[in-house]
Design a protein around this ligand. Structure first.
Ligand code: FE
Length: 129
């Protein structure tokens, strides 16, 4: 289901940093995010709309300073070609609300060889009971 809200509605719901990253395609400082070192079992959801995005067992330590996953939950992610900042990258967004999450790189570990490099502030974490 697609979720559409006005800029004002997102501003009211989100913190300034969450708004900057998810709605204005910002990037949090590396090693600053609250989930970079999180190793608990659970599910990472979209901070904007709550859609489940990543399972904790696909998270790995990339050394980059951002939470990294080798796989996303099926149909949760939209991939968009991003040519900004003089680079050719794949931007990843929440498929439900279009929140900017981070980027996808082809240098991850087995079994997918993918690396979803995600801003902590784009995510919420629900620990497994
Ligand atoms: Fe979302």
């Amino acid at each position: 289901m697609k979720i559409t809200k006005s800029e004002q509605e997102w501003k009211t719901q989100l913190s300034p940093e969450e708004y900057y990253v998810t709605r204005e395609h910002g990037t949090e400082a590396p090693f600053s995010g609250k989930y970079y070192t999180n190793k608990k079992d659970g599910i990472y959801t979209c901070i904007c709309c709550g859609l489940p995005l990543f399972e904790s067992d696909t998270k790995f330590d990339s050394g980059t300073g951002w939470p990294s996953y080798f796989e996303a939950i099926e149909d949760s992610i939209t991939e968009i070609k991003d040519m900004t900042h003089g680079m050719s990258r794949i931007e990843v967004r929440c498929s439900s609300c279009d929140a900017h999450l981070g980027h996808l790189f082809p240098d991850g570990p087995e079994p997918t060889n993918l690396r979803y490099c995600i801003n902590s502030v784009s995510l919420n974490f629900k620990e497994k009971e």
